[in-house]
Design a protein around this ligand. Sequence first.
Ligand code: BYC
Ligand code: FE
Ligand code: FE
Length: 481
Amino acid sequence: MLDANAVDYETSIPNNVGLSNDRRVLKALEKWHPGYLDWWNEMGPEGFQESLVYLRTAVGVEPGGWAKFDYVRMPEYRWGVLLAPKEEDRLIGFGQHKDQPAWQEVPGEYRAILQRLCVIQGDTEPASVEQQRHLGKTAPSLYDMRNLFQVNVEEARHLWAMVYLLQKYFGKEGRAEAEGLLFRRSGDDDKPRMLGAFNEATPDWLSFFMFTYFTDRDGKMQLESLAQSGFDPLARTTRFMLTEEAHHMFVGESGVSRVIQRTCDAMKQAGIENPFDIDKIRALGVIDLPTIQKKANLHYSLSLDLFGSEISTNAATAFNNSLKGRYKEDKIEDDHQLINATYPVLKPVDGQFVLVDEPALTALNMRLRDDYTRETDGGVSRWNRQMNKNGIDFEFKLPSVSFNRSIGLFSNIHTTPEGEALNQDEFLSRKDEWLPSSDDGAFVSSLMEQVTEPGSFAGWISPPRIGIDNKTGDFEYVRLQ
Ligand code: BYC
Ligand code: FE
Ligand code: FE
């Protein structure tokens, strides 16, 4: 007998949801599978489908020991459907259904909204793979290349996770949506991905590290909110996705940190003290700190847009109906229903920004975004401490939430990263001071050259402190074919 959480590797689709006894869903997934492989081959990492990559594959769902490492050709990766262990007698923790038993089926009245949440979540996963498909060709080392591909196969597994929910619980419409997830394309004018940031380019590795630091962390916050859901299959699915997510954000934070380290080392070695001596620093073949700040400004502001409008009735409805909770809902001490509660929302009023108390229910996107900002700030402080230790006088800062926004209360105004109002002409004429210009992009691109000698690294990034799976520095993480 299989234990309830064991993964069944016998069916074509590894899973711990008993697919071999669920013919209808197994069939639907098997029907979807060839189209998925076509998508992976067409839109997945370009030029590396034959390479052997040292990847971790999820083989269980228990903490510790849930993954195993081995060489795999990516198209042969065992993408599975894995849910976190079921909590017996789980009760809903928030909203109007608080303290009722969690639902094992979709409540009819919430079908549309739950389906929409799954589709939006599902849409972001393949989008990120599409955005990153060219990066293998400029990987600064085999270690980094492997991390990129690890992130890619796991985002693709997250697509599977949502497709499973759509096919199991949302009938014909769910199957149509599962096809739609393979049909849309990041950045395509006619069939774009659903959310803004997922249609932007990820042109170079610094962008990739910023994306995994800032945008994957939006993923974390959204998944944490969905992990509280009263719809138990969604809660369990997203909980398991979160175990994979930690590595994605590690890749981002450590990646940026290694870029900073290399720049600091090169500056010290050349005796350059002024971080704004950009031409001299670039001549060393490293990325100057102000350009790193600009990339952070861009990816942070794009990621803030992913939280939706500060004031949102969609968010209120999802919470009220016990479908999407708050970050760490189960650790918060209040009524978990937000009856009469308020939350301060930063608003532009007559050219000033003021905190206005709003009903907490409609301010849930703002609250989640604040939680997000606190977390992102943590990494920024660590990067600053690192520069400080290196004796370099520079400080990274997250820009104001009013800077460069396309969604919500600040989408119609322009400000500096410090939050000072500007008219559109002023903004456009000064934009290159704060966001990567085409020159900055061209410079960063000029450094992006593939390094494939095990243990070697491109000159603009320092080696990691430790290897993946405790491997030594010269381990061959990817066997190119
Ligand atoms: N771009 O009431 P509003 C991840 C739409 S990332 C375009 O303000 P709501 C990952 C919105 O859809 C996490 N459209 O916002 C990371 C709505 O349209 P409809 C992904 C946008 O609904 C890295 C209208 O504007 N998961 O996993 O409260 C790599 C008014 O909406 C945007 C989720 O997002 C935008 N940025 O909140 C791989 C969780 N923002 O319905 C993966 C599921 C808003 O009027 N999604 N709109 O046509 C949600 O919870 C919510 O849909 C949102 C928006 C938080 C996204
Ligand atoms: Fe994901
Ligand atoms: Fe991720």
